[in-house]
Design a protein around this ligand. Sequence first.
Ligand SMILES: [Zn+2]
Ligand SMILES: [Zn+2]
Length: 272
Amino acid sequence: MQPFEHILVGAAETLEPRQMRTLTQATRLRLDPDGVLADDNHAHARRWLDCDETYGGVFVLRGEFDAEGGALLKTAIDALSHEMSRGEVRSASQRRADALVDMAATQLRCGDHRDVHGQRPHLTVTVSAETLRSGVDAQPAELSGVGPIHPETARRIACDAVRTVVTVAAPADAAVSMASTSAVPLSVGRATRTIPAHIRTALHLRDQGCRFPGCDRPPAWTDGHHIIHWADGGPTELENLVSLCRRHHRTVHEQGWRIHIADGAAVVEPPP
Ligand SMILES: [Zn+2]
Ligand SMILES: [Zn+2]
């Protein structure tokens, strides 16, 4: 150990912390490989991740990973959190948060999942036709696992989703309907995609990814946005659809930007 100690003390004065760690680890691997393996196994056993919803309705993620798991996660997040455009306004931290949510969304959409109660895992929005159409919160839309959400958020999620139409009994009289919270279903339609597969293929071919100016997200990461919402009678046809990544779909619905295709080019209008 004597000669190594001499080298390490000398190195500690000149090396960066990361280089120092590499050198120490290389030295330990030569002197005590079993000890290194035991430490690795200990770090692996101590891995944990909590995803807690706060009273305010936001989620806080905390955890600890072993070196390999952490590096894998960081590589994936870094790969997805690069700046999208020259006018990028998100901080690096916000981009990492978006990257993790993008990974979850893509995994649920494209991943190979075991069914839960006969369905692939997904989020469900329950919203009345009236709220979806008018944006007026007659009956609040509900997101599974979250609770009531803003009507415009419901309109965004419904833009490109699997839709099941449930017809419920009309209330016999107003007093009863106010008092009772659960509607009685009369019929339940088949689950169908709001954008059928052949139209989505054509949309991907035309748009080649998110059409928001400056954005480079590829087709697999985009939603099909109805320029005139289907709930307002907008047709599910190429002329009424445009590909938007999750972030820009949100920009259009929740932040009031407008986008449409004119003469093959995407035209964006900021909120008035
Ligand atoms: Zn939309
Ligand atoms: Zn985009």
